[in-house]
Structures are given as C-alpha cells and as structure tokens.
Write a protein that binds this ligand. Structure first.
Ligand SMILES: O=C(O)Cc1cc(O)ccc1O
Ligand SMILES: [Fe+2]
Length: 442
C-alpha cells in the first residue's frame, strides 16, 4: 500500500464522538483519563496533565471552552521558537492594499509545485480585523500534493475552518484523527496542533481563519428546537497519539508570523483528553435547509451553519453559510438570489457544480474559484440568470447540481497583494451584469 492508500484506509476506519459543544472524553489507552479530578498528584500512566483554554477562565458557562489533555510530554517542554518565512500566509491587520469596492472573482489557484504540503500551500486572499485583538477573519486557499511529514502546524491567531473542494484530507490533531472529504468541513480550534495528509494526489480547498469568538451554532428563534445544522451531526475525534521521538518541525502561526521550533518528539502525543474545546468535522449534506413555502427569496442567513458572534447581538464577525441542495417552490417569486447591496461583506466559494445566481462554466464561478462582494458592492444574479429566472415557469424545482458556501463578515475584506495581482483574478467579472436591459414603461 502506498502512503495515500494507507491514509485512506486509516480515514475510513475512524470512529467519532458526536454532538456540538459536548463535554466529550476519550482515552486511547484504558485508564489514561483520571477519574473525578482533572489534575491528580500523579496523572495516570505517567502522563502529564495540561489544560488548553479556548475562552477566558471567567466567561459565562455557555461560552466557556477548555479541554484537559493527558500527554506523554508536557507542551511546555520545547526549545525556543525562531521566525521563519511566512510563505503565502498573511494576517490581519491587512495593509498591503486598500479595501476595494469592486466585485471581484478568481479562478482556482494554479497547481502547486511538487512537494507542497498543506502549510506550504496556504495562500491568503485577504481578511479584516486584527489577529492580536482577536477580531476579524482571513480567507485563505490551500493546495497541496504532499503529506506533512514530521511537520506540525497550529495557529494561535484563530480557529481554522477547512473547506475541502478537491480531494479528501486526513487531519491528525492532538485530539485524534479527522477525515474531511469535499462536502465536509473540518474545524481546528485556536492553538491546536495538527498535520495534514492528502487523500488524493492533489488536494485543494478554502480556509476561514476566525480570529474572533469561536464558531457556534446559530440560535434558531422561531424555527424551533431543530433544523439548520443539527448539533448531533458534528463529529469530534477519539483520542489517538503519536509516540514518536526524534526531530519534528513545529510551526506556530503567532500574531501574523510563522515561528518554528524543532522538537525532539511529536507534540501529537495526547493519550487521553476530555472537554468541550475540540476539533470536529461536519458533513454539509446533513444541513437541514429551510426556505420559503409561500413566496419571496429569504435572506441567506437561514443557511448559516456556524456563526462567530461579536459584542453586538446578531452582528457576526463571520458567518459560515452553505447553499445546499434544496427545493424552490416560491409562487410569483424571482427565485435565485436577488439584486442587493449588503452592509456585510461576502466571500463565496464553490465546492461542487454550479451556483444558482451565476452561469456555470469556464471563466465563470467555478469550483475552487471564489468571489468577493465587499460591503455595499452591488451584486446579484448575472444577466443570463436574471433573464431565465424572470421567464421561468414556476413549478417546484430541485436545486441539486452544486454546493456553494459563503464566509460573510461584518467588516470589508482587504486583499493581500498576491490576491490583487494574481493571474487567476478574472479581469472582466463586471461584464456578467452587462446587457441587463431597460424594461421600464411609465
Ligand atoms: O450574493 C450571493 O449570491 C449570496 C446571497 C444569496 C442569497 O440567496 C441572498 C443574498 C445573498 O447575498
Ligand atoms: Fe450577496
């Protein structure tokens, strides 16, 4: 078996703990978890006990996140970190360019050079806020063709929501292993160490780095007790550890820069853990889509999978929104997304197929590509979509030829230089709204 086949087999055999925000516990070796206390005088099996906090100690219980890890070496036993090249990774505040009011769209990233792993293949498009202030977010893309071998990464700047678009990933974390295929998302909490093994010769996707409050499930209000992303469908890993001595490169993204240290062991050496600050995967096809059964096109907030709240109720630092297969039945309704100008800024990506506001095909909105409709920029259906939908017979229609998503954020997204100057930035995106004819008759 080659490396990819081996990793696939491992991925297929994984078991998970289910439920969003649960107090999970897991041990890879029976007896590794202390009973009835977190920090006994001597932890079981000679392990070191360590707390990892995802919220301040004093945050309200409903928002409090922490886990206890029982590991072979304490995390504190490491040599000094030194600065290393940031590669294609950039962090807020984004000051390389000025915020751009234009509608922008990119084709997919070009194929990476041979030997590119997940970290080397991370490429920042832009973002907002300030990582050191723990506000805002970044949009990254990744492309890779090699596993991270003896190389481990973490971001102290924010949690990472990984959205595979091409090829699956086996993600080995301190908490255990995750398997994410296109159509799934994986979340790595702030500071959690992990390494990625591609499950295909070439993999590609998107990453939202959320510097703000950890993603949570949105409140459901009048929707009721069920619906949208159901808590039970979120899957956390079971404990699995690497007992590896010898050099491991540990990369730490810290307040915008990459730092490295060579450890004499793998830091993925957690034998047991318990807590609610955990990585997880979620299958977007399990999203319970809610929409109109009467008329009008509802706002896409009903498609929110996860939200990062800010101090202003209802105003998200970033929402992760999915446009999943669904039925459209609205009567006397323009069914695709409407024309609009939004105070929020919208980065959209396409995991598969087509998106119902845009004509599919090369040069359009394609899988692996992305669009940015920044605060107040006018956008909506392209001309062809508008004409078709205005004339369509309004029988029930199933939208099941694509899977698109949006990172919607309260602040404008400022581009990196590499995104502004990229060869894969489309030059005539504005044209999709050309030729929308005047129909006014007084
Ligand atoms: O711009 C977009 O395509 C995203 C979007 C979808 C929708 O159904 C309504 C508003 C909106 O911003
Ligand atoms: Fe929009």
């Amino acid at each position: 078996m080659n490396g990819i086949e081996q990793a696939r087999k491992t991925a297929q055999e994984l078991t998970y703990l289910t439920g969003f925000g649960n107090e999970h516990s897991s041990e890879a070796v029976p007896g590794a978890l202390p009973v009835g206390r977190n920090s006994p005088q001597r932890a079981p099996l000679g392990l070191y006990a360590e707390q990892l906090s995802g919220s301040a100690f004093t945050e309200p219980r409903a928002h409090n996140r922490r886990s206890w890890l029982y590991r072979i070496h304490p995390s504190a036993a490491h040599p000094a970190f030194t600065r290393t090249d940031n590669g294609g990774i950039r962090t807020a505040p984004f000051t390389e360019t000025v915020p751009d009011p234009n509608r922008l769209r990119w084709n997919p990233l070009p194929a990476p050079a041979p030997g590119t792993d997940f970290v080397a293949g991370l490429w920042t498009l832009g973002g907002n806020g300030d990582a050191a202030q723990r506000t805002g977010m970044a949009v990254h893309l990744y492309h890779a063709n090699s596993p991270m071998e003896r190389r481990v990464f973490s971001s102290a700047d924010g949690e990472l929501l990984i959205v595979p678009e091409q090829g699956g990933l086996l993600i080995r974390t301190e908490f255990g292993l995750l398997h994410a295929e296109p159509g799934h998302v994986a979340l790595i909490p702030r500071g959690v160490r992990f390494r990625v093994e591609p499950l295909a010769d070439a993999v590609r996707g998107y990453v939202c780095e959320n510097y703000g409050a950890p993603f949570q499930l949105p409140d459901l209000g009048p929707i009721g007790a069920n619906g949208l992303a159901n808590a039970r469908d979120f899957q956390a890993p079971t404990a699995a550890y690497e007992d590896v001595e010898g050099p491991v490169e540990v990369l730490n993204k810290y307040c915008g820069n990459l730092w490295r240290a060579t450890y004499d062991h793998s830091p993925l050496d957690v034998v047991a853990w318990h807590g609610n600050h955990v990585p997880y995967v979620y299958d977007l096809r399990r999203f319970n889509v809610i929409g109109t059964i009467s008329y009008d096109h509802p706002d896409p907030s009903i498609f929110t999978v996860l939200t990062s709240p800010t101090d202003t109720p209802g105003l998200a630092g970033v929402d992760f929104v999915v446009f999943a297969p669904r039925w459209l039945v609205g009567e006397d309704t323009f069914r695709p997304p409407y024309f609009h100008r939004n105070v929020m800024s919208e980065y959209m990506g396409l995991i598969e197929g087509a998106y119902d506001a845009k004509t599919a095909g090369p040069g359009g909105f394609v899988p692996g590509g992305g669009s940015l409709h920044n605060m107040m920029s006018a956008h909506g259906p392209d001309r062809e979509t508008f004409e078709k939908a205005s004339a369509a017979e309004l029988k029930p229609q199933k939208i099941d030829d694509g899977l698109a998503f949006m990172f919607e954020t309260r602040w404008p997204v400022t581009l990196t230089e590499q995104a502004r100057d990229a060869d894969h930035l489309q030059t005539s995106y504005d044209d999709v709204w050309q030729g929308l004819e005047r129909h006014f008759r007084a």
